[in-house]
Design a protein around this ligand. Structure first.
Ligand code: FAD
Length: 462
């Protein structure tokens, strides 16, 4: 089967040239917000011009001949203060906050493909923070709140849409689980609400609450959860980081990690060796592979997770609905396509594609809850390799190799965490040790038994 994760709903583009061109078009056509003062992007001095309504008007008057590339494409230098492996959202956000919050700009982000071409460009873009455990709520709420004005911060329209996320309760057990989560959210000061089937019908008129197998018994509603344009998040962070001096090196695969008795000394890549004393591995489904190169093991498994989109239809649903019991979730993109998320494969693999079995299961399940989608044609499906930990929480921490840091294990739910994770990882790389936001997610929690159990919040996992 073809990998359909290549177009539409802003899913990953075909080749890096196209992606780059797309980023240029995006910047030409007005994904552009914010004011220079608000961005604080020092790198504007490096020749990156601020996007604004005035800039669009100016370029329109001169046939759009004056736009510069959205980010630089430099050759690698011999040495950097820090190297980040993986130009997904988490790696790019880490680079951005290293430069912006800590003034560390001699940084390279090394990417084997094209930036944003991993899970960051393949997900269903759900953003919420109503998790169960205090440390998870802290990092996801930090992230959600950063999303609120990220367009202005980055001077790039990431199309954050706080349209509300509704998690359905379709069994008594699930209803109790959401009640427990709701109490935890209230204690943590996170806005979330328990809703009745009647209220759910008001929020989502197309839903069938009295379904034969799994009637809707209630739900957990986060009104300021929502979605954002996933490619734009990667492009916005890339452009802003590049503007501050960060080198983003695409088509450059890391093939080895160099170390001596004191720790990391550099990396081997398809573009040659690069020296560094600080290496941060942020490669999602490939984390085990990179850890192996560095000489340590990770408690993660890599599996394909998939999604699909329908043909575009008129607006019919203005929030995100997650149906964990029947295992499916759905939102409507600005283009009108119904964006549908399915399950993860039941076996470890690196295939980056989905399977018919999951399409069938997911669509069958959702049709019970949304009978109207039975008439829709599905246009594309795709997959990404997600990195799952046993407690379904991420790992942000130091590693047994001095100078090597790891950020992984976001599994099926890390898009929403990109800003907060980047913020916390930048703190760790700058200081050499995690601060409060990241500290609970250390690698040694698996040997010390300090699990952060989010398996309920992350069962379908977004
Ligand atoms: C189908 C699907 C739906 C999802 N839905 C949601 C959702 O609704 N909400 C949500 O919050 N999350 C969701 N997720 C999860 C989310 O997409 C991920 O958690 C998140 O994007 C991970 O970002 P990342 O930057 O860590 O990884 P990625 O975006 O995968 O980036 C890692 C990068 O590392 C690069 N790399 C790997 N190996 C090397 C190497 N040797 N050298 C150099 N570079 C390398 C890869 O090419 C890749 O670009 C979904 C995931 C999938 C697959």
């Amino acid at each position: 089967m073809r990998d359909y994760g290549r177009a539409g709903h802003g899913c990953v583009g075909g080749v890096s040239g196209l992606r780059h061109e797309a980023a240029l078009i995006e910047s030409r056509t007005g994904g552009l917000l914010g004011i220079r003062e608000a961005t604080g992007i020092r790198g504007m001095a490096m020749g990156m011009r601020r996007y604004s309504a005035f800039a669009i008007a100016r370029e329109a008057a001169r046939y759009h001949t004056g736009w510069e590339r959205a980010w630089r494409s430099p050759q690698p230098k011999a040495e950097y203060d820090a190297i980040i492996v993986g130009a997904g959202g988490h790696g790019l956000a880490t680079a951005y906050y290293l430069a912006k919050n800590h003034g560390i700009t001699n940084v390279a982000v090394v990417e084997k493909g094209w930036l944003g071409g991993g899970n960051t460009g393949r997900n269903t873009t759900i953003i919420r923070s109503n998790y169960l455990q205090p440390s998870s709520m802290a990092v996801f709420e930090k992230s959600r709140s950063l999303y609120e004005d990220l367009s202005q911060q980055l001077n790039y329209n990431i199309m954050f849409s706080p349209r509300g996320v509704l998690m359905l309760a379709q069994t008594e057990h699930e209803k109790r689980a959401w009640e427990r989560t709701w109490h935890a959210n209230r204690i943590a000061g996170i806005e979330s609400e328990l809703v009745t089937p009647e209220r759910i019908k008001e929020i989502v008129p197309i839903i069938e609450t009295g379904g034969p197998r799994y009637p809707v018994l209630g739900g957990l509603w986060q009104p300021r959860g929502g979605t954002a344009r996933h490619d734009a998040v990667a492009w916005g962070y890339a452009r802003a980081a590049s503007a501050m001096g960060v080198d983003i090196i695409q088509q450059c695969e890391v093939t080895g990690v160099d170390r001596d008795a004191d720790g990391v000394t550099g990396i081997q890549t398809t573009k040659g060796a690069i020296r560094t004393k600080k290496l941060c591995i942020v490669v999602a489904g490939n984390s085990g592979v990179l850890a192996d190169m560095a000489g340590f093991r990770l408690p993660v498994e890599s599996v394909a997770l998939q999604a699909l989109v329908s043909e575009p239809i008129k607006p019919c649903m203005d929030c995100v609905v997650m149906a964990n019991t029947v295992h499916g979730y759905m939102s409507q993109s600005d283009k009108g396509e119904m964006v549908i998320g399915g399950g993860a494969d039941g076996f470890n693999n690196y295939t980056q594609r989905g399977s018919f079995q999951h399409i069938e299961e997911t669509v069958r399940a959702l049709i019970e809850t949304f009978p109207m989608i039975s008439r829709l044609k599905m246009l594309r499906q795709w997959g990404g390799i997600v990195d799952m930990t046993g407690d379904r929480s991420p790992i942000i921490g130091t590693t047994p190799v001095p100078g090597v840091f790891i950020n992984c294990g976001w599994g099926t739910g890390g898009f929403k965490a990109i800003p907060g994770s980047g913020w916390a990882t930048a703190e760790m790389v700058a200081d050499g040790a995690p601060r409060a936001l990241a500290a609970p997610f250390s690698l040694d929690r698996f040997t010390e038994g300090r699990m952060i159990d989010e398996s309920v919040a992350a069962a379908v996992a977004h």
